[in-house]
Design a protein around this ligand. Sequence first.
Ligand SMILES: *Cc1c(COP(=O)(O)O)cnc(C)c1O
Length: 414
Amino acid sequence: MLTREDCLQLDAKDTISALRDAFDLPEGLIYLDGNSLGAKPKAASLRAQQVVDQQWGQDLIQSWNKAHWFELPMKLGMQMLDLLGAWPNEVAVTDTTSVNLFKALAFCLKHQAQKDPARKKIISERSNFPSDLYIAQGLSNWLEQGHELVLLDDIADLPKVLNEECAVLMLTHVNYRSGAMLPMQEITALAHQHGALMLWDLAHSAGAVPLDLRGCDADLAVGCTYKYLNGGPGAPAFIWIHSRFLRDFEQPLSGWWSHIEPFAMRPEYRPTPGIGRALCGTQCIVSMSLVECGLDVFARTDMQAIRAKSLALGDLMLALLEQECAGLDVQVITPREHARRGSQICLAHPHAYGVMQALIKRGVVGDYRAPDIMRFGLAPLYVRFVDIWDAVYVLKEILQKQEYDPDAIPLLVS
Ligand SMILES: *Cc1c(COP(=O)(O)O)cnc(C)c1O
């Protein structure tokens, strides 16, 4: 039998427990939604004030140089190398994940068409995050070059669909709904065996699991900074491009920030060498400035320590669900095996929406995904072991006493 006392002891032994203090979290709230919107680093308040009041308010236009606004996308990219397993000058922070995916995918299709026009297939999973699939549909419809989006219902079928017609394999490493993680190295190698490019979406991986894009020899990747990286709502995303492509990388959003001489204001477009080619126009500096506050917390530890705690939190939650919630109609849909899960535990329940509303009312914040999933993100920088105990205990009470509205209907925006 696990007790609350056991969980407090796990917290006492936690080597990264002090990092929780770097975040502002409302008193008494158990926040298990860092996979959707990470908590606010305390430093973000002062940084926002500096950027708004000093850099913008006082220094105005001078801040492009004085505060290094222009270099910010690359500077932040350099701060992400260890998180991604990337090499210097391969990462930029810019735009949104959807926009970066568009640029990356557009490059993949063009690059492949130049080598072999018969490579027209984009392979992905039906369970991928919808925006990724919409971007792929939008781009291929727009191009009118006969590209086809092939969606797998079971990733085990991948070897059957990969062939000389595949341009790119576009997958999300950790599934947003189930928390299942794909074997990056193995899948990347498989894609390459068939001449396909490998494009990873790391929205639920960056800051949650150790990544080794270089070691896996992936080609391109994109991901969010506002989830596990705690960059703030709508914070700009990142894009990683293996340097073997950077000499020739091109993308359709060829705005002036990707120009070799942006301030020469020439009418002809000439891309800058390197990852700067992935940029488009003027960046959202205020929001982008806050990304650094989240990354600074990661610089105080490493992804091995974060992963160890993430798995321990997940194991604890699985054990407590078994101990406390057996027979209460909750079904774990996240793989239990360490190698196959990211940093969230997802449960199916016939009244998932109503149960999640009841949890939130009692101060346990996870989220709901249609039709019957409750997601609990375990952000190791600030989630405590005792939080898992308390969350499962509240869940058990809600289920046992049927303290939820079985007829609750999800709002369109939740
Ligand atoms: C959260 C998420 C996104 C978000 O994309 P935005 O452009 O920031 O809205 C994209 N892809 C995946 C897999 C996600 O989980």
